[in-house]
Design a binder for this molecule. Structure first.
Ligand SMILES: [Zn+2]
Length: 838
């Protein structure tokens, strides 16, 4: 109510129809996209030598409008940061409201306009260091640095000049066209760009080394700050080759030549992301590209993938851009999809199908199996909330869905569709639905209905198999009761005595059936080929077969799928925890694929802590520890050894087992082929203290003294109170988390909370559930985007009691005003707790 009154009060003051709200509201963006045409920014920034001094800028914004009207630019700084505004050489009396510079209608005319603005740039998105800086404007942070229309759908041509200390290197989207040096400073001019969204406009400047290479007649430049010349020499050819190969592949696939003229990339130490696809001037995290001699296969694959990913963005995202950030998932998924096609064939020793399955399906199910699931395409009312869109549904379900789309449409029709989409919307914007329209025209009746179920709606299908003599029937159901049908292609694996067969099955309606011949199958795995998505409620015969024989399946991909299915069926109450435990114990020593081993170890730990009772854990722990010690001894790679050891450390309960971990922690016992870093020893110390081994106080004190890294030491000290043997101390440790200043380091707060709620603490943890929930709205207001979900996971992850479930239900009932996204967060985190009571 207060908001509305304030709005009314302000209206006559600024003489506008609507006062623009904070951030970049969707309504403002749509209105501007409809009115503003032929947009250009002529920008210059003066970059001082020291980071203490402000960056100053001048710009002329040129645009066309149909009629005289007020124009709203975004600038998230104080009013004083605007030095002057001029139109036609005359000063303009502008308004400044909610981070927007409003140029009045009186100085805007129908047709062409030019507004000149002098300003002091904010530092928030300039990433200023002592002798270099770089911009990072995604998703809508350009307007922290300069006044602009900060939305992806107002693409503009940029002419940039940077005034830098002489001797600094500089790169931007356009090619450098001139450099004039005088008085210890250089003015560097860049060519005008093709139309770009604000989040893709970028520059970097400072002390960089520049390496140049020519591939296929094109010059590539690499800016970096690596001081180890041998390291540069070892990596440079591979880095240039990977870019050139990705670029050639993409030109062929898209049938569109590289759109951005020159090709630069910059290696930033400790960059926020793996890479960022600024058109013509990509930024990378240096550590991902400059590899050490000891680089693993995984790191080499990671480097090739990030290069292919960012290069793919030059078309998917940069050339054609989403209209609004609710479709940001599209460009990410397309870039990953292309990267996999480009890179995977060069790494034949990795089972890529299994990798795709295990890295995406379980994570997507963690959200999609719950009543708190969100759709891939979500509403986004304001760009300042864009971060809230990210999560497993975007990162993990969307890639699965995109792969399905290609399967449904067919590889060549899919490529034709992509070519048409890129050509039609070149240097413009398009929504997901516009791509769907193109593909639907390629395959009428197939794509639009598919997209609605998979992309626009939340949740997953529940698919039941029925096996009878000579026939298998698959039937789907919407567990949310909306009657949604999810069309999909399945590769069903059917097992007979001595052999297996694959069946391609299209499940487009309520059910599908196929003939298997006269022989009765031993098992039917509808996602055996790794493709199918949903809850597969396996038939009783198959479920029994898998519980008894899963480890005998010959194909690693089918085994991986079967493990995922058995886990999902366990959560449905169709497999007993004791059966899962026995299966994992039997199967682990026989597993030959490292990826499956890692996954099964994860399931084993979760079964132990989250599915078994205290008595069951006590009865099985000696057997479990023996298995893990044996696996550790036999593991061939360091990564595998580390997976076996960390599972051991997390589940150990026996006196002998704890004594052994303590010896390892004391460095009195070595494990061949496995070395421990400081962080590993901290984990050991915390787990020993949690179990209150004799002398645990001294172990914590010794670990604190032993820890060298000051950040890790401070974190350790922060977590320590959660390990106290005194319940009153632990309650105090929780109470401190109510203060926002004690949640400043979110990972620290989460680690403390997780230890407070560990299953070993038993019934005591129930008293934290209610208060942790009550804090949630504040957590969202004061914390980073992933914090509310992680806070709830840390609170509820170890809880299985009816009392804890009741506390969650009470909270939800008492707070009908909770925003939908936050309600989903709670339902999502409480899923396994609610299931425990069923
Ligand atoms: Zn990306």
């Amino acid at each position: 109510m207060i908001r509305l009154a304030m709005t009314l009060l302000l209206m006559p003051l600024v003489a506008m129809a609507v006062v623009p709200g904070r951030g970049v509201p969707e309504a403002l963006a749509s209105e501007r996209a409809a009115n503003i045409r032929v947009l250009r920014y002529e920008l210059s920034f003066r970059l001082p030598e020291g980071k203490g001094e402000a960056v100053r800028g001048v710009e002329t914004v040129r645009f066309t409008v149909r009629s005289s009207q007020a124009v709203v630019l975004d600038f998230e700084q104080k009013r004083e940061s605007i030095v002057s505004v001029q139109a036609d050489g005359k000063g303009v009396s502008f308004e400044f409201v909610n981070g927007h510079l409003v140029v009045p209608a009186s100085v805007i005319r129908a047709g062409e306009n030019a507004v000149r603005i002098e300003f002091v740039a904010g530092n928030e998105s300039l990433n200023r260091n002592d002798d270099f800086l770089y911009t990072l404007f995604v998703p809508a942070r350009a307007h922290y640095a300069f006044p602009c229309f900060d939305q992806p759908s107002l693409k503009a041509k940029y002419s940039l000049t940077l005034d830098v200390p002489a001797g600094w290197q500089a790169t931007a989207n356009g090619a450098e066209t001139g450099r004039a040096t005088a008085g210890g400073r250089s003015a560097v001019r860049f060519a005008e760009t093709e139309p770009l969204s604000t989040y893709l406009f970028a520059f970097a400047a400072g002390k960089f080394q520049v390496e140049t290479a020519v591939r296929n007649g094109r010059t590539f430049r690499m800016f970096h700050r690596e001081t180890d010349a041998a390291k540069v020499a070892r990596n440079r050819e591979a880095i240039f080759d990977l870019h050139a190969r990705s670029l050639a592949w993409l030109e062929e696939y898209t049938a569109i030549p590289y759109p951005w003229g020159k090709f630069d990339f910059v290696l930033i130490p400790s960059f926020q992301f793996g890479g960022m696809e600024h058109a013509g001037s990509i930024l990378y995290n240096a550590g991902g590209l400059m590899l050490d001699q000891s680089a693993t296969q995984g790191q080499l694959l990671g480097r090739a993938s990030v290069i292919a990913h960012e290069t793919a963005h030059m078309w998917f995202g940069d050339l054609v851009t989403m209209r609004w950030f609710n479709d940001v998932w599209m460009k990410e998924v397309m870039a990953n999809f292309m990267a996999a096609k480009i890179v995977n064939p060069s790494f034949p020793e990795i089972n890529h199908e299994l990798r795709f399955l295990l890295s995406h399906y379980p994570a997507a199910y963690e959200v999609d199996r719950t009543t708190g699931a969100n759709p891939i395409r979500q509403q986004l009312g304001n760009l300042d909330e864009a971060g809230a869109l990210y999560g497993p549904i975007i990162y993990d379900k969307a890639p699965i869905v995109m792969r399905q789309l290609e399967t449904i449409v067919g590889e060549s029709a899919f490529r034709e569709g992509m070519r048409e989409y890129l050509k039609k919307y070149s240097f413009g914007n398009a929504t997901w639905l516009e791509l769907v329209g193109i593909l639907e025209a390629q395959k009428p009746g197939k794509v639009a209905r598919w997209s609605r179920a998979w992309v626009e709606l939340r949740g997953r299908p529940e698919i039941t198999t029925m096996v009878s003599e000579g026939k298998v029937t698959l039937r789907q159901r919407d567990p949310m009761g909306r009657g949604v049908l999810w069309p999909q292609q399945l590769q069903v694996t059917v097992g007979f005595t001595g052999r297996t067969e694959q069946f391609q099955v299209a499940l487009n309606g309520l059910s599908a059936e196929f003939a298997t011949g006269g022989e009765k199958p031993l098992f039917v795995i509808p996602n055996g080929g790794g493709l199918g998505y949903g809850l597969f409620r396996l038939d009783a015969g198959t479920l029994r077969y898998l519980v008894e024989h899963l480890e005998e399946l010959g194909d690693p991909l089918t085994r991986g799928s079967a493990w995922v299915d058995v886990w999902e069926n366990l959560l449905e109450g169709r497999v007993k925890p004791a059966e899962m435990f026995a299966l994992a114990v039997r199967a682990l020593p026989r597993e030959t694929d490292e990826q499956n081993t890692q996954r099964v170890l994860g399931y084993l730990g979760r079964t132990f802590w989250q599915q078994m009772t205290v008595a069951e854990r006590g009865a099985r722990s000696v057997e479990l520890e023996a298995l893990l010690r044996d696996g550790l001894g036999k593991a061939k790679t360091a990564s595998l050894k580390s997976a076996w050891f960390s599972t051991y450390r997390d589940v150990v309960l026996s006196g002998a087992g704890l004594a052994w971990v303590e010896k390892v922690w004391r460095r009195e016992e070595k494990i061949a082929g496995l070395s421990f870093a400081e962080a590993d020893e901290i984990e050991m110390a915390l787990n020993l203290a949690l179990r209150a081994v004799p002398g645990w106080q001294q172990i914590l004190a010794a670990q604190r003294d032993r820890t060298q890294n000051p950040d890790r030491k401070a974190r350790f000290e922060f977590v320590m109170p959660a390990l106290s043997a005194d319940a009153v101390e632990r309650e105090k440790a929780f109470a401190e988390l109510r203060e926002v200043r004690n949640r400043g380091h979110e990972p620290w707060a989460l680690e403390r909370l997780r230890f407070l709620n560990h299953p070993l603490r038993g019934a005591e943890t129930q008293k934290f559930v209610g208060p942790a929930l009550e804090l949630l709205p504040e957590i969202r207001r004061t914390g980073d985007i992933f914090f509310p979900k992680r806070w709830m996971d840390a609170t509820l992850g170890g809880q299985r009691s009816p009392e804890a479930a009741a506390a969650v239900r009470r909270y939800l009932a008492a707070h009908p005003e909770l925003p939908e996204r936050l309600r989903w967060v709670v339902l999502n985190a409480a899923d396994e707790l609610f299931r425990a009571g069923r």
